[in-house]
Design a protein around this ligand. Structure first.
Ligand SMILES: Cc1cc2nc3c(=O)[nH]c(=O)nc-3n(C[C@H](O)[C@H](O)[C@H](O)COP(=O)(O)OP(=O)(O)OC[C@H]3O[C@@H](n4cnc5c(N)ncnc54)[C@H](O)[C@@H]3O)c2cc1C
Length: 387
């Protein structure tokens, strides 16, 4: 019988098209050659690997599902595989690509003017311009309807005031998509770096996503021209539609982080000798490894079906909530269990589980906390909003 791949027990690979396989293999090679050798040092020194951005761009990974403007026009399964392979390297790099692609390029492509698209999309696809997405505010991210950041029209300009917090890429961004309350509801504004009154200090002392930049955004009478407002959307459906795209990628990405942990553990338990035999000869160890494989396999099947629904134009945001919740919880539990099975070595970044575990503490919180996604599904089942 054909030997099974321990990282793909249900042979998801056989369900992929030739193009999807090529995308996965290309990104996997990039991660093995260029990300894994350096990412432990980046994490320890809290350094975003900026030098990888041109390589990521050359591979067509920025705005990869968008059509035109130098973007690759790939399908959703391919985008999912990109996220999976990148997050096998580190959640920080996947977060960079998610924010650039799903939270900034996607809304400009979908809701922006021709001028905004021409100005930003080709440069962002080339990695020459970096974007960030400012929705969360210091008083609470789970309830964006309680937005305090506001914009007031003044002649041909908008004047923005307020603060955003926990913003990925904030201080390295050339353009920030800032969501602000106006008289006509929530609108998206493109705020360029070095606009007077706009500050983007980096948030320090993070013990998670250390290889990723996280910042605050402060807006003190920031003036942007009328043409910097996204004309195509008003209301919270603007930012929420972007989050659905990004959460979809996270559901795939978490699988990569879990695979990296399990792969490392299988090797460790084979070579670790305790009580006169390899660790992997113990039933208690095998049961834990088997449980990880079960959970990864379930997450893979779920992600593949989610991708098919998305490519068929039938995706419902509740389905994305279920997948984000299930897959990130799966990865976090696996990373923690792998950390434990490594013994003392598990607390060292010489091994990947502790880094993935710490990263996944952010991933389970951002783009809707686990609780928020559970409440989305609760609402679907009962018809009652319990937020
Ligand atoms: C590393 C990192 C990067 C991030 N990047 C970005 C970014 O690029 N852009 C951006 O806009 N945001 C970003 N975020 C912010 C993230 O989306 C928010 O942290 C998240 O939405 C939760 O908001 P909060 O932290 O304010 O927690 P709160 O909303 O204050 O929630 C606190 C706790 O209350 C729980 N809770 C909330 N409501 C309920 C309820 N009704 N019932 C029961 N429990 C409830 C939550 O689940 C949570 O456990 C990032 C966060 C991190 C950590």
């Amino acid at each position: 019988m054909k030997k099974l791949n321990s990282m793909d027990l249900y042979d998801i690979r056989s369900q992929l098209t030739e193009e999807e396989c090529i995308v996965q293999d290309t990104v996997a090679r990039f991660v093995d050659e260029s990300v894994i050798p350096i990412i432990g040092e980046c994490f320890e020194n809290s350094r975003f690997p900026m030098d990888l951005v041109p390589l990521v761009a050359d591979l067509g990974l920025l705005g990869s599902t968008l059509e035109g403007y130098g973007c690759a026009g790939l399908n959703s399964i391919a985008y999912g595989l990109i996220c999976q392979e990148l997050e096998r390297g580190d959640s920080g790099l996947r977060s960079f690509v998610s924010v650039q692609s799903s939270l900034v390029m996607y809304p400009i492509h979908r809701y922006g003017s021709d001028m905004q698209k021409d100005r930003w999309l080709p440069a962002m696809a080339r990695g020459d311009a970096i974007g960030c997405f400012g929705l969360t505010e210091p008083h609470g991210g789970s309830d964006p309807s309680n937005m305090k950041t506001h914009a007031r029209r003044d002649g041909n300009e908008w004047v923005l005031n307020g603060a955003k917090m926990w913003i990925t890429n904030g201080s390295i961004a050339d353009v920030s998509l800032v969501w602000a309350l106006t008289e006509e509801g929530v609108r998206g504004f493109l705020v360029e770096k070095s606009t007077p009154g706009f500050e983007t200090p980096e948030i320090e002392h993070k013990f998670s996503l250390r290889a990723s930049v996280t910042s605050s955004l402060f807006l003190d009478n920031v003036r942007v021209p009328e043409e910097n407002m996204l004309p195509g959307v008003a209301g919270l459906k603007g930012p929420l539609s972007c989050l659905t795209q990004a959460r979809y990628g996270i559901a795939w990405g978490a699988i990569g982080a879990a695979q990296a942990c399990l792969r490392e553990l299988i090797g460790f338990t084979e070579t670790r000798e305790l009580f006169g035999r390899s660790l992997n000869h113990n039933q208690a160890i095998q049961i834990r490894l088997a449980d990880m494989a079960r959970r990864i396999t379930t997450a893979q099947v779920l992600a593949l079906q989610l991708g098919r629904l998305k490519d068929a134009g039938k995706l419902h945001p509740t389905q994305v909530s279920l997948a984000k919740w299930n897959n990130v919880r799966m990865a976090l539990d696996i990373a923690r269990d792998c950390r434990d099975m490594l013994g003392a070595s598990g607390i060292s970044t010489e091994f990947c589980p502790v880094r993935h575990m710490l990263n996944l503490e952010s991933v389970i919180t951002y783009e809707g906390t686990e609780t928020v996604h559970q409440l989305v599904i609760g609402k679907q089942l009962t018809g009652v909003s319990a937020f």
